[in-house]
Structures are given as structure tokens and as C-alpha cells.
Design a protein around this ligand. Structure first.
Ligand SMILES: Cc1ncc(COP(=O)(O)O)c(C=O)c1O
Length: 448
């Protein structure tokens, strides 16, 4: 008898157009997830798999957390929705206070969005609104970085730097955007932690300012560690140099911490980890442990004050917001996450487990098809040698690993590994062992 649980397979797979998926491949050989608990997932063949990427970096506190489920259920019973424009409810204010306790400097003004992409779009709009409020309406330019990922709306893909996300939509990108070079240099081979070379790449911002006039640039946005393109860790001194150049020209510095936020580096935010305070931080994903969509933009108090002061009393100060900005059910999940962070000392837990994870990750460097490994804190990237065309090796390797029971996300030819913070050493060992088996199986298939 087949071990496939057919009750878990829908009658038709055709109608659902899946996001960021090879739809044709998937529909021939579906991978359906039917359950999740702690660090484990179950698929429709009844196989248990270890989740080595915290979903899409979003469930670091473990799957099926009772505290979150109960908080969400209770909230739904009490107040399922209230409109967020010109009225509110207590929870969103309580959450903003709690978030502001963790953000660096005086990034204490909290705007809610729906996801990471809308957090980035909001940060872009707030930057423009801030400069305009200060009489600097000429500042419309934005600076992103090659190999950056900031989400999928037009603002986010415009400042992002991944060619496949942009090329189809090149004709409708936001105007006035320039990109710095990425920070991954050829000599950055098998480095755990920050590379010591490459800080001078921050001077790209100075060159762009010289070209367009620093006084015309609204903001520079970077991920402190580029996550989606495979854990590109900033060279030592790079982020400090960016901060200095931004200050010199009055350019706002935005850190997109949608991945690095809430403990991934071992500190609450990468900003604290690397000792650089931006003007705006975007976050999403782990804010609710991934179970209810929510994005957050934290701004310096001066930014909020400038926008408030520019409008007369009684007027809407910022014409921006979403139907789902800080809705009760998302707030309930996020408040439960805040409790977990506090009770389980989550950031220290991630910091303590990080060296063990990093050590394990780098044991994979002896495998012939592994071209490079990078890592920081509880995140890492494994580059697999290209096979015929970009992306094929990564996808085939992902499928081989899925078969042996370790799940993650592959981008191009890079395997993105980001274990949950609740992992114990035995879970890290299981992840590394299964990665080894899966990658070796892929490699053997290549030779056959
Ligand atoms: C750094 C970064 N910013 C923004 C986003 C977009 O987030 P979302 O998919 O929630 O819109 C992502 C998603 O992976 C991300 O990694």
C-alpha cells in the first residue's frame, strides 16, 4: 500500500498559480506540507522533515506555539477586526511600546504594515515625506545595492538588486534609483563571520552622491546582512562607513531587517550587533513568528516629529496606511511573540547556539559540489557549483535534501540555512547530517 495520504492531496493542482515556484515541475511532483510542530514538518507522504530555514526565516520560535495560537484565538473572540484609520485599539499601542524597547537609538515611532514588502514601501514613502516636511522636496532619489532583496512591490524591486525579479518589470520601475555594488568579493571564501576586506565598497555611495548630488538623495537602503542572496555578511567597517556618508549628505539610512530582525544575528537587531544605528528599520517575518502577516517600520523620533509638525492640527499627517495595518489578530500574535522573547531569553539563546551552528555548517566545505559557505549568527548560505545554468544545481540539491528530510529555501544555486532559535544541539546535528546526505546524493546523481 502507498504511504501517500491521498486525503491531503487536493483533487486539482491546476487553479492555484503558486508564487516563486516552478509551477510545472511542482504540479508533476507536488511537495505538500501537512503539519508542523516545533522544529519539524510533516509532508503528504507522511515523512518528517527538519525545518532548517525557519520557514522563510519567519518561524524562529518553533512551529505550533500554543501561546500564540491561544492569544490569536482569544483575540478573534473578543475583537476580530477594527479599522485602523482614525480609530484604534489598545493592543497596537502596547505592542509599539514593546517593539520600541528593543529598537536601537530613538527609533521609537512604529508604523504597522502588512508584510516586509509593504514595510519597505512605507519606509520609502516616509523618507520622502520627511524630507518634504523639512523643505527638501528635491530629495527623491533612492540608493539600493546589488544582490539586495526587499520584497516584491514596485518600490521594493526598484531598490532591490536581483536581476530575475526586475527584468520583466524594467519598464515600470521607480525612477531615480541607483545601486551600490554588493559586498561579496572573490576572496570571501569559506568565511564565518565578517570578512576583513571590502569596507571601501561603501564609498560607492559617495561616488553616487558626487554624481547626482547628495542633496538630492532621500535614502539609502540595505539589508545589514543580505539574506535572500545567501547570507552576504557586511565586511568589517562597511556599515559604519555607510552611516558616515549618509550623515555627511543628510541621506536617511534604512536597514531592512525583515530577516535579521528579532534575534537572527544574536542581538535583537543587526543594527545593535554591528554597532550602527540607522534612521529607519523595517521588520516583518519573526514579528509574529510568521503565523499572521505583519510588517513594521520603526523610525527615529525626529522623522515622526518633522512629519507631524508639517501638518495643521486635525489634518491627516501621512496619507498612507493599509486595511490590515496592525489589525488585532496580528497584534495578538506579535504580543505573544514578545512574551516568548522575554521568557525564553531568545536573543541570548540564539547567540549561544550560533557558534555551534556555524561550526557544523562549515564542516560541509569538504563536499566536492560545495563552492562556498558564508555565515553569521543563526544564518548561513551554501553555494552549490553551477550545473549547466544558474539555479539548476540549487533546485536539484534542494529536492535531494527534501527527500532525505531536511527542508529549506534555495535561491539560485545557494542553499539558505536559518535554523530556529529553539534548536538544541541535537537538532543542529540533524540539520548538518541531513544536509551532508542530501548534497552528497545530489552530487552522486550528477556523476551517474
Ligand atoms: C530583507 C527582506 N525585505 C523584505 C522582504 C519582503 O517580505 P514579504 O515577503 O513579507 O513581503 C523579504 C522577504 O524575504 C526580505 O528578506
Amino acid at each position: 500500500m502507498s504511504s501517500v495520504d491521498t486525503s491531503k492531496i487536493p483533487n486539482s493542482l491546476q487553479e492555484h498559480w503558486m508564487p516563486f515556484t516552478s509551477n510545472k515541475d511542482f504540479k508533476e511532483n507536488p511537495r505538500l506540507i501537512t503539519g508542523a510542530k516545533g522544529v519539524y514538518l510533516t509532508n503528504h507522504k507522511g515523512k518528517t522533515m527538519i525545518d532548517s530555514s525557519s520557514g522563510l526565516f519567519c518561524n524562529p520560535f518553533g512551529h505550533g506555539r500554543k501561546e500564540i495560537t491561544e492569544a490569536v484565538a482569544k483575540q478573534l473572540e473578543q475583537l476580530d477586526y477594527c479599522q485602523p484609520f482614525q480609530q484604534g485599539f489598545g493592543g497596537s499601542f502596547e505592542l509599539a511600546t514593546k517593539i520600541a524597547r528593543h529598537t536601537p537609538g530613538n527609533l521609537n515611532r512604529i508604523f504597522y504594515t502588512i508584510c516586509g514588502s509593504t514595510a519597505v514601501e512605507t519606509a520609502i514613502k516616509i523618507s520622502v515625506a520627511y524630507h518634504r516636511a523639512k523643505g527638501d522636496s528635491q530629495r527623491f532619489r533612492f540608493i539600493g545595492r546589488e544582490r539586495g532583496y526587499h520584497g516584491m512591490n514596485i518600490g521594493a524591486i526598484s531598490v532591490g538588486g536581483m536581476v530575475n525579479n526586475i527584468k520583466t518589470f524594467a519598464s515600470i520601475l521607480m525612477p531615480g534609483v541607483a545601486h551600490m555594488r554588493h559586498t561579496h568579493l572573490p576572496e570571501h571564501k569559506f568565511i564565518s563571520g565578517q570578512p576583513t576586506t571590502g569596507a571601501e565598497l561603501a564609498d560607492d555611495l559617495e561616488r553616487i552622491a558626487a554624481n547626482f548630488g547628495g542633496e538630492n538623495i532621500a535614502a539609502c537602503i540595505v539589508e545589514p546582512i543580505a539574506g535572500s542572496t545567501g547570507t552576504l555578511v557586511p565586511p568589517k567597517g562597511y556599515l559604519k562607513r555607510l552611516r558616515k556618508i549618509c550623515d555627511k549628505h543628510g541621506i536617511l539610512l534604512i536597514f531592512d531587517e525583515v530577516i535579521t530582525g528579532w534575534g537572527r544575528t544574536g542581538s535583537a537587531f543587526a543594527s545593535q550587533e554591528f554597532g550602527v544605528t540607522p534612521d529607519i528599520i523595517t521588520m516583518a517575518k519573526a514579528t509574529t513568528n510568521g503565523v499572521v502577516p505583519m510588517g513594521v517600520v520603526a523610525c527615529k523620533e525626529e522623522i515622526y516629529d518633522a512629519v507631524m509638525d508639517a501638518s495643521p492640527k486635525g489634518a491627516v499627517e501621512l496619507f498612507h496606511g493599509y486595511t490590515y495595518s496592525g489589525i488585532p489578530v496580528a497584534v495578538a500574535a506579535a504580543l505573544a511573540v514578545q512574551d516568548i522573547i522575554e521568557k525564553e531569553d531568545i536573543f541570548n539563546r540564539a547567540k549561544e547556539m550560533a557558534p555551534y551552528f556555524q561550526k557544523g555548517l562549515f564542516t560541509l566545505q569538504d563536499i566536492d559540489v560545495v563552492e562556498n559557505i558564508r555565515g553569521y549568527g543563526m544564518m548561513g548560505g551554501i553555494d552549490i557549483k553551477m550545473n549547466v545554468k544558474p539555479g539548476k544545481a540549487g533546485f536539484e540539491c534542494f529536492k535531494a535534501c527534501y527527500e532525505v528530510g531536511v527542508n529549506f529555501k534555495a535561491t539560485g544555486d545557494c542553499l539558505i540555512i536559518a535554523p530556529q532559535f529553539i534548536c538544541e544541539k541535537k537538532h543542529i546535528d540533524e540539520i548538518i547530517d541531513k544536509l551532508r546526505t542530501g548534497i552528497l546524493n545530489y552530487s552522486k546523481n550528477l556523476k551517474n
